[in-house]
Design a protein. Structure first.
Length: 265
């Protein structure tokens, strides 16, 4: 049976109407989904910003507390008075432990305080405790600085040994070994100012403050033990951004001479 023109027109109207309804429905669903996505994104961004703000405020508070604590501890440690008795030495040992452990990630040079107290201590067990504290802080710093990789290795050395470390483009010459120190020199094709050293490494040297920068990374040699003309040392290499830069007058002079030489030609 043939379909009349009026029926075809009716079907066309119905189909077009259904398509319009479908398109409208799809557009509505898409709009709702987009709105929901935007709302979730806005919520996540607000939460992330809140975390950033809270973290920033927490860091500011930590810095303020740390500064106050450091000032109080050092003021108490450096207070003047008569020759220290055993009780005062024990208090200074405790204070230095508090400072060292609470500020182990801060690039402040505490070696003079350790060396000064080591000279004041009269008992062997107290000096051993001070040395143990310094080694503990050095070990913690070494772990944190190298946890992402680069280099961390221990060597048994004697005077005259050369440690070839191709991973760090460096050669470490062990020149002398004393009762409580090692004298070493670092040579590298990355050091524009030539060999570094010789320098003395004692038990109170820490990698975050006692290191040599070689372009994009730093290396630090740490003394673990020394006796009988032999020593155990730890050599670490870490990203240069993990420690603060120090002004090197020797390197700066070498660079200025190179610049003058280049400009003269």
């Amino acid at each position: 049976m043939a379909i009349s023109d009026s029926t075809l027109k009716l079907l066309d109207i119905i189909v077009k109407g259904l398509l319009g309804i479908l398109v409208t429905a799809l557009a509505t669903v898409y709009g709702l989904n987009l709105q929901s996505l935007n709302e979730r994104r806005a919520t996540h961004e607000a939460a992330a910003q809140s975390i950033i703000d809270l973290s920033s405020k927490q860091k500011d508070l930590d810095v303020q507390v740390a500064m106050t604590m450091f000032q109080a501890l050092t003021a108490s440690y450096l207070q003047s008075g008569a020759a220290p008795d055993q009780d005062l030495l024990q208090r200074r040992l405790l204070l230095l432990r508090l400072v060292a452990l609470n500020f182990q990630d801060v690039p402040i040079q505490l070696r003079p305080l350790f060396e000064d107290l080591n000279r004041q201590l009269t008992r062997r067990e107290d000096r051993d405790q001070l040395r143990s504290l310094a080694l503990e802080v050095a070990s913690r710093q070494a772990f944190r600085l190298t946890v992402g990789g680069i280099y961390n290795r221990t060597f048994a050395v004697k005077a005259g040994d050369k440690l070839e470390v191709p991973e760090l483009h460096a050669t470490i010459l062990i020149k002398e070994i004393g009762a409580n120190s090692v004298t070493a020199e670092i040579d590298s094709d990355l050091a524009t100012a030539g060999p570094v050293g010789p320098f003395d490494i004692g038990y109170f040297s820490w990698p975050i403050t006692d290191n040599t920068k070689l372009q994009d990374y730093r290396i630090s040699l740490l003394l673990l033990s020394a006796a009988g003309g032999q020593a155990s040392v730890r050599l670490i290499g870490f990203d240069s951004d993990l420690a603060a830069d120090r002004f090197d007058i020797k390197e700066m002079t070498q660079l200025l001479r190179q610049a003058d030489h280049s400009s003269g030609h």
